[in-house]
Design a protein around this ligand. Structure first.
Ligand code: IPE
Ligand code: IPE
Ligand code: MG
Length: 238
């Protein structure tokens, strides 16, 4: 049932892009090949969002916990990220996509940070979809950084402790410029959040797909959005 609270198209879609390694293993390929195919699938979801009129797309590309992976895999992922940012900059311009990033970005290799900031700057005037990359991102880390930021504001006398509400606290998170996700998609069948946007998804609709991320197509996104439109978002009300 579609109600006033659940417009048929979500404003903000967040995606846990999981299953690159399994996709590669099923084909007898190295994990890095799965990550390469995964990067291409991001392109599909950007197209899908543009076709559907979705305003914000956040993709979980590298978690705080992913730093515990073998050094060789981290290296492959970082060079892929840098290449993605460099190669896709013109396409993002053509598509009117504005790039943004959330996470502890200063943990990324310097060349990645530079390329990231260059592409963010280049696309900053675009008015279509906002693509948000979650990089070195952890929900708990974000909340801790938010707490520190709120404490600073109280200490500096910018706000009074009594003024701290969920709305005010949201303004101290990495995501302060974006609305909360309406729809959270996870691929590869795993039913967990893996430390993604813990604060922001408190009322998101969840859809888990069996497919691995490199097989995700614009049509899959459209199906998830159909599923979303069929949900009755109650927000605790009747
Ligand atoms: C998701 O795919 C990409 C990242 C976490 C960087 P995985 O690499 O987690 O793939 P699986 O889960 O091992 O199949
Ligand atoms: C979540 O996937 C992180 C990203 C998609 C970047 P993981 O593969 O790291 O999550 P777990 O380990 O299965 O929880
Ligand atoms: Mg995984």
């Amino acid at each position: 049932m579609v109600t006033a609270e659940s417009p048929p198209v979500p404003r903000h879609v967040a995606v846990i892009m999981d299953g690159n390694g399994r996709w590669a293993r099923e084909r007898g390929l190295p994990r890095a090949a799965g990550h390469r195919a995964g990067a291409e699938a991001v392109r599909e979801s950007i197209q899908g969002c543009r076709d559907l009129g979705i305003e914000f797309l956040t993709v979980y590309a590298f978690s705080s916990e992913n730093w515990a992976r073998p050094k060789s895999e981290i290296k492959a992922l970082m060079s892929l990220l840098e290449k993605f940012l460099k190669d896709k900059a013109n396409e993002l311009m053509d598509w009117d996509v504005r790039l943004q990033a959330i996470g502890r970005l200063h943990d990324l290799p310097e060349s990645c940070q530079n390329q990231l900031h260059e592409t963010i700057e280049k696309t900053s005037g675009n008015k279509g979809l906002t693509l948000i990359l979650a990089l070195s991102y952890g929900g708990r880390e974000e909340i801790i950084d938010g707490v520190k930021s709120v404490l600073d504001a109280v200490r500096n006398g910018h706000i009074d402790e009594a003024m701290i509400t969920p709305e005010v606290f949201s303004q101290h998170l990495y995501t302060r410029y974006f609305p909360d996700p309406d729809l959270l998609i996870r691929t590869s069948g795993e039913m967990r959040l893996s430390n993604f946007l813990l604060w922001q998804i408190s009322y998101a609709e969840l859809v888990v797909l069996k497919k691995n991320w490199p097989d995700f197509r614009a049509a899959d996104l459209a199906e998830c959005v159909d599923e979303y439109a069929s949900r009755h978002r109650r927000f605790g009300k009747l």
